[in-house]
Design a protein around this ligand. Structure first.
Ligand code: NAP
Length: 555
C-alpha cells in the first residue's frame, strides 16, 4: 500500500527529507530536480510510514487506497518514474537523502540583518533559510497589506490544497527574528539605499509581475485581457477588483497553453456552486454565476507534443471537465504519437488521444474546453469589443478565425525593473550570479526575478537556499557593511513614511477576519479593497511592552 504524490505537488522537497527510506525522487541534489514536473514515490521502496504526508506542505501525498477516482492516474505516474521491478519489493534502505547544510554564520559581532522585498514563496523560503541561524533578523517588505504573493493572488481558487502552503509561511512568519512591514512599497516609501543603510543586505524576491505582451493588431480592444489580470481578478487582488470582465459571449479564446492557461480555462468553465466553497473573490463568483461562456478554446502555436502544460495539470483538467479536440487536431495528435518522445510527452499524447470530439454537440448549458494546435495569433477582430480572433495555421498561409467575446493572452510572465538595480530587459530578470546581483554589493535576488518565470511554488525553496548561501558567505567574508542605523530607527522611518503600515498583528487580524467571513463554508472570504484590509488591521490588538520584551529575548 504505497503512498502516491498527486497533482498538487509543490516540488519543495520537504517530503524527500522526511522519508526514512529515501524513496521520493528526484531529490534536490539529483539531476532533473529543477525541471521535474513533480516528485514521485517509488512504490517498490515505500514502507508506507506516512512520514511524507506530514511533511508535505500542500497535502499532495495520499495512501493509494485513499485516492479519489480522479487521482488514480497518479499511481501509474509515480511508478513510471522508476524502473519496472516486476512487482518485487525493494528492501528498506537506511540511506537518507542528503540534507543540504544550513548556511552557517561564522562571523561574530553585529547579528546579520536582512531586508527581503516581496512576501511570496521565494521570499518566505529565503526568510526560513536565514532564520535557521541564531540571532538573524529578517524584515519582510510587501506593498500589499496581505502577504504570500502568488499563493494568495495567483494559485487558482479550485486548487485549495496548494494554498495550504500558507500554513508553512505563517509558521515562518511567527519565528523569532522575523518582522513584517506590509503595505510598504520599496521605491516609494523607502529607497533601496535606505534599506541598505538599515540592513547588511537586501534580497529582492519580487517575482515577475508583468505579462509578456502579444504584439498583434487589435490588442487594445475592450475584451482583450492578459491571464495575469484575470487570475488577479478572480483571486481578489485589490488592484484588479474593478477589472471589467465581460462573460456575456459563449466563447472565450486563450492564447498559449501553459499551466496558467489551464487554470484560467478551468475557472471560466467551473460550476459556480463548486467555486462557492473556495476563496474565489465575491465579485468573480457573482460574474461567473451570470456567465454565458460555454466553451474556452486554448490555442497553442505549436503542436500537441510541444504543449506547455504539465502532465499532472492535464490529468487534473481532464478529470473535471469535458475537454475536446477537433478533427484536424486529432490528426496532429496521431501524427505526434507516431514519433519518438520522452515518457512524459508520450503520456500527455496518450491522454490527448482519448479526448472527446469537438464536432459532437455538447449537452445544453454544458461547459467544455477545446485544445487547439498550430494556431499562430494574427489579429483581434471587432469594433467596440472583441468578436473574433484571427490565426494563421503555423507554417502555412491558411487563415483561421475563431469567434469569441473575450480573449486572454497567457504567454508567460515577465519581470519588471527594480529601482537602483541593473536589469536585463530581454530576459526580464535582474542579472545575478546564483543570487548575487551583478555590480550591486549587498543586493541579492531569489525566485522569478532571479531565474525567470518558470517552475512551481517549491522550486523557489532550492532557489532561495542558493541565494541565502551566497549572502551568508559574503557576510562571513566581511564583504557586507554593518547597518548604520538601529532597528528602532528603521521602525521610526517606516512609520513616518507609511503611517498605514501593517505588521504581523495586523496580518493576523485580516487573516482571522477573512476566515470568519468564510463562515465555515469557505476557507476565507477575501477582502478585495485595501481600505477594508487596513480598517481590520487597525483594530488588531497591539503587543504589550511585555510581549515586545519577550519577543526581543526570543531572538
Ligand atoms: P508557460 O508555461 O511558459 O507557457 C507559455 C505559453 O505561451 C506557451 O504555450 C508558449 O508557446 C506560448 N507563447 C509564448 N509566446 C507566444 C506568442 N508570441 N504567441 C503565441 N503563443 C506564445 O507560461 P505560464 O503558463 O504562464 O506558466 C509559468 C510557470 O508557472 C510555468 O513554469 C508553469 O508550470 C507554472 N505554473 C504552474 C502551475 C501549477 O503547477 N499548477 C500553475 C500555474 C503556473 P511556445 O511553447 O510555443 O513558446
Amino acid at each position: 500500500m504505497p503512498h502516491v504524490i498527486t497533482q498538487s505537488c509543490c516540488s519543495d522537497g520537504s517530503c524527500v527529507y522526511a522519508c526514512p527510506v529515501n524513496c521520493i525522487h528526484p531529490t534536490p541534489d539529483e539531476p532533473g530536480f529543477a525541471t521535474a514536473e513533480m516528485l514521485y514515490v517509488d512504490p517498490d521502496a515505500c514502507v508506507d510510514c506516512g512520514a511524507c504526508v506530514s511533511a508535505c506542505p500542500v497535502g499532495a501525498i495520499v495512501p493509494d487506497t485513499k485516492l479519489v477516482a480522479e487521482q488514480l492516474p497518479f499511481i501509474e505516474l509515480n511508478a513510471a518514474f522508476y524502473p519496472d521491478r516486476q512487482g518485487k519489493k525493494l528492501p528498506p534502505t537506511s540511506k537518507l537523502a542528503p540534507v543540504p547544510p544550513a548556511p552557517e554564520i561564522q562571523r561574530h559581532g553585529m547579528p546579520l540583518t536582512v531586508a527581503i522585498v516581496g512576501s511570496g514563496p521565494a521570499a518566505m523560503y529565503a526568510a526560513d533559510e536565514l532564520l535557521t541561524q541564531h540571532g538573524v533578523r529578517v524584515n519582510v517588505f510587501e506593498k500589499l497589506p496581505t502577504p504570500y504573493g502568488l499563493v494568495r493572488a495567483g494559485v487558482a481558487p479550485d486548487h485549495q490544497h496548494t494554498k495550504q502552503v500558507t500554513r508553512l509561511f505563517d509558521r515562518i512568519a511567527d519565528q523569532p527574528g522575523f518582522q513584517f512591514f506590509l503595505n510598504v512599497t520599496i521605491g516609494k516609501h523607502l529607497s533601496h539605499a535606505e534599506l541598505l543603510a538599515h540592513h547588511h543586505a537586501v534580497l529582492y524576491a519580487v517575482g515577475a509581475p508583468n505579462d509578456r505582451r502579444l504584439e498583434i493588431e487589435g490588442m487594445d480592444r475592450p475584451g482583450v485581457h492578459t491571464a495575469t489580470e484575470l487570475v488577479a481578478w478572480y483571486n481578489g487582488h485589490p488592484d484588479f477588483t474593478d477589472l471589467p470582465v465581460d462573460l456575456s459571449a459563449q466563447r472565450v479564446v486563450i492564447i498559449g497553453n501553459g499551466n496558467v492557461a489551464l487554470d484560467v480555462a478551468r475557472i471560466l468553465t467551473a460550476d459556480p456552486d463548486d467555486l462557492a466553497g473556495t476563496d474565489i473573490a465575491d465579485h468573480a463568483l457573482a460574474a461567473l454565476r451570470e456567465s454565458k461562456v460555454r466553451e474556452v478554446v486554448i490555442a497553442a502555436r505549436r503542436g500537441p507534443a510541444d504543449s506547455a502544460f504539465t502532465l499532472p495539470e492535464l490529468i487534473g483538467l481532464t478529470a473535471h471537465r469535458p475537454v475536446v479536440l477537433d478533427a484536424a487536431d486529432r490528426e496532429l495528435v496521431a501524427a505526434d504519437l507516431a514519433g519518438e518522445h520522452d515518457a512524459l510527452t508520450r503520456n500527455k499524447l496518450d491522454i490527448l488521444a482519448t479526448l472527446g470530439d469537438a464536432a459532437e454537440p455538447a449537452p445544453a448549458g454544458a461547459h467544455r474546453i477545446r485544445l487547439a494546435y498550430r494556431l499562430t495569433p494574427a489579429r483581434v477582430i471587432g469594433d467596440d469589443a472583441v468578436t473574433a480572433v484571427e490565426f494563421v495555421r503555423t507554417g502555412t498561409d491558411e487563415v483561421c478565425r475563431v469567434d469569441a467575446g473575450l480573449l486572454a493572452t497567457s504567454i508567460g510572465y515577465h519581470g519588471k525593473a527594480v529601482a537602483d538595480l541593473p536589469f536585463d530587459a530581454a530576459a526580464g530578470v535582474v542579472p545575478n550570479d546564483d543570487g548575487r546581483v551583478t555590480g550591486a554589493p549587498g543586493s541579492y535576488v531569489a525566485g522569478w526575478i532571479k531565474r525567470g518565470p518558470t517552475g512551481f511554488i517549491g522550486t523557489n525553496k532550492t532557489c532561495a537556499q542558493h541565494t541565502v548561501h551566497q549572502l551568508v558567505e559574503d557576510f562571513n567574508a566581511g564583504v557586507l557593511t554593518d547597518p548604520a542605523e538601529s532597528r528602532g530607527a528603521l521602525e521610526r522611518l517606516v512609520a513616518q513614511r507609511q503611517p498605514e503600515l501593517v505588521d504581523l498583528h495586523g496580518w493576523h487580524a485580516i487573516n482571522a477576519a477573512e476566515i470568519a467571513r468564510g463562515d465555515g463554508i469557505r476557507p476565507r472570504d477575501k477582502f478585495t479593497r485595501v481600505n477594508a484590509m487596513l480598517a481590520v488591521a487597525a483594530m488588531a490588538p497591539r503587543p504589550t511592552l511585555r510581549d515586545k520584551l519577550r519577543a526581543a529575548l526570543r531572538v
